[in-house]
Design a binder for this molecule. Structure first.
Ligand code: NAD
Ligand code: ZN
Length: 278
């Protein structure tokens, strides 16, 4: 039986810390937006790409908030919070068990493949930060990748704090491969109120970035949604590739609207073309 004390290992204190530090953005857009064209890309060395559920939509993975405001038929409060896990662990485990099983039925689409190509061929710095918990970026071949919201294919033992590659269900209370305790494994997913993985690394990369690209994310989930402000503040060019304008769309130098499966390969071609021309 789980109780609130099970949610976080005493040494880790991952729960409920302040969200991303506030960045005061002054003077934004004073000199007008800068289109992210090949001409402006020639000085680009360091790139951060932020991806969200929209990049996996064309692979057949449902986005977070469908037209019904639900994620695969569930309210976010029922499956994406530590409180939900305490209240009804069986429901939460079943939800993620279904999402994990579904990974076997989907495959990377041209947008994932294009980012993997960028990773292979981009000679400068690159970090792909994904909010997605699916494994489509790595299956496409991306390596310079950080899963800030955790992964469906990872399980976290609340008894020993170990994290393990995991492809089986968790709902039947399996024993931990490390400490042997049964029934204490939870999905290694960052829920609302928990701190994303890799924030120091992400923040450092965004501060260094010359170009910040956001793909397939609604800009509604923080701290990810705040990264564009930090990027702008530190002088990066900012580009959004999304089906609809995101909530922070006005913060981007340029928004290209359409399907990720078309926009991302075209942009990666531009970017690699400009790198080869330099
Ligand atoms: P979101 O569902 O809030 O927003 C998705 C965005 O993608 C929308 O703005 C939509 O217009 C856009 N979009 C939809 N189809 C697109 C397409 N074909 N091409 C380009 N853009 C498209 O997702 P979010 O901003 O990533 O926030 C959701 C949270 O839910 C994340 O924290 C994530 O961990 C989790 N989540 C993950 C997955 C996954 O791993 N694939 C799926 C659903 C939710
Ligand atoms: Zn364990």
């Amino acid at each position: 039986m789980l109780d609130a004390g099970d949610l976080v290992h005493p040494d880790r204190r991952r729960l409920v810390a302040p969200l991303f530090r506030t960045v005061t953005v002054t003077g934004l857009f004073l000199d007008g937006p800068h289109p992210v064209s090949p001409a402006t890309m020639k000085d680009v060395n360091s790139i951060v790409v932020l991806t969200g559920a929209g990049i996996s939509a064309e692979s057949g993975v449902a986005t977070f908030r469908g037209p019904d405001g639900l994620w695969e038929g569930h309210r976010v409060e029922d499956v994406c919070t530590p409180e939900a896990f305490v209240r009804n662990a069986a429901l939460v485990q079943r939800f993620y068990d279904e999402r994990r099983a579904r990974l076997a039925e989907v495959k990377p689409n041209p947008a994932h493949l294009a980012l993997a190509r960028l990773d292979r061929e981009w000679p400068g710095q690159l970090l792909i930060v994904t909010q997605n918990v699916d494994d489509l970026h790595e299956r496409a071949g991306a390596r310079r990748l950080l899963h800030m919201h955790g992964e469906l294919t990872s399980a976290w033992c609340l008894a020993c704090d170990g994290r393990f590659r995991w492809h089986q269900p968790l709902g039947d209370g399996p024993a931990c491969p490390e400490c042997g305790v049964a029934g204490k494994m939870r999905p290694d997913i960052v829920w609302f109120g928990e701190i994303p993985y890799g924030m120091a690394e992400i923040e450092a990369a965004v501060e260094e970035a010359d170009l910040f690209i956001s793909i397939g994310t609604s800009g509604a989930v923080y701290p990810a949604a705040g990264l564009v402000r930090l990027a702008r503040h530190m002088g990066a060019r900012t580009l959004e590739l999304n089906l609809d304008p995101s909530e922070g769309s006005h913060l981007f130098d340029e928004s290209r609207l359409g399907r990720a499966g078309e926009l991302v390969p075209a942009f990666v071609d531009e970017l690699l073309g400009s790198a080869n021309a330099a």
